[in-house]
Design a protein around this ligand. Structure first.
Ligand code: ADP
Ligand code: MG
Length: 240
């Protein structure tokens, strides 16, 4: 699969009179695991939804693989998103939940069988294919949500606080799983979190956001050792 870059250039977005994203500039390398870190309300989800195509920006450019996709509808973007609340279909089996996106795309039965099997194996859930979501643990449900997203082979993976509903131990385990999955697939990934430690321990590079402004972009160690302002120093420095 081709590794693609993602670039936000001078992106602005307002809800009414409230400017939620203020001149966002971020350039993410092909295959990078990029964390977007910031406190609640800083605009992380808004930016992620914008990249997925669910929010429209008033100005600026959004480039994937060098192409401005601002006018491309979500289902044609080849971008997969995992939400904080996984929203699996409760009445469908794990298998059917994962197959859903392929069925929608009118994939053949053989293709569906092969790809769903592979996606479930990738997240280690092949043995639970016949279960329903309420028969799974929180971690397993999150793996289903991941499988459901990677099965359509997106070029970009967007993760919006995917681990925040899990307890601490599981969160630590799952973030290692996420990272190794990302490395295996080599897929450009944007991982949103408000947890400093989670960002610092996973990201190749990260951006720290506050109040709709990107305060700093760099490697975890750069941000830790050379914060550009007090906000970054305080936010990145406080491990919880
Ligand atoms: P984060 O994900 O970092 O917690 P959000 O992107 O969800 O932040 O929200 C950023 C700001 O935008 C917040 O002040 C929030 O209240 C506001 N906001 C988000 N969605 C909407 C919406 N649909 N309409 C109006 N304001 C919104
Ligand atoms: Mg959010």
């Amino acid at each position: 699969m081709k590794k693609v870059s993602v670039e936000c250039r001078n992106i602005r977005l307002s809800y009414g009179k409230t400017e939620v994203l203020k001149d966002i500039n971020i350039s993410i390398e092909p295959g990078e695991f990029f964390a977007l870190l910031g406190p609640s309300g800083s605009g992380k989800s808004t930016l992620l939804r914008l990249i997925a195509g669910f929010n429209e920006h008033q100005s600026g450019q959004l480039l994937v693989d060098g192409q401005d996709i601002s006018r491309v509808p979500p289902h044609k973007r080849n971008i997969g998103m995992v939400f904080q609340s996984y929203a699996l279909w409760p009445h469908m089996t794990v298998w059917d939940n994962v197959a859903f996106g392929l069925v929608e795309r009118r994939a053949s039965r053989d293709e569906i069988r092969q790809k769903v099997t592979q996606a479930l194996e990738t997240v280690g859930l092949a043995h639970l294919a016949k279960r329903r979501p309420n028969e799974l643990s929180g971690g397993q449900q999150q793996r289903v949500a991941l499988a459901r997203t990677i099965v359509i082979e997106p070029q970009v993976l967007l993760l919006d606080e995917p681990l925040s509903n899990l307890d601490k131990n599981l969160r630590v385990q799952m973030r290692q799983e996420l990272l190794s999955l990302q490395r295996r697939l080599g897929i450009t990934t944007i991982f949103v979190t408000h947890d400093q430690e989670e960002a610092m321990t996973t990201a190749d590079r990260m951006a720290v956001m506050d109040q709709g402004v990107v305060q700093q972009v760099g490697s975890p160690s750069t941000l830790y050792d050379f914060p550009v302002n007090r906000f970054v120093a305080d936010f990145v420095g406080t491990m919880n």
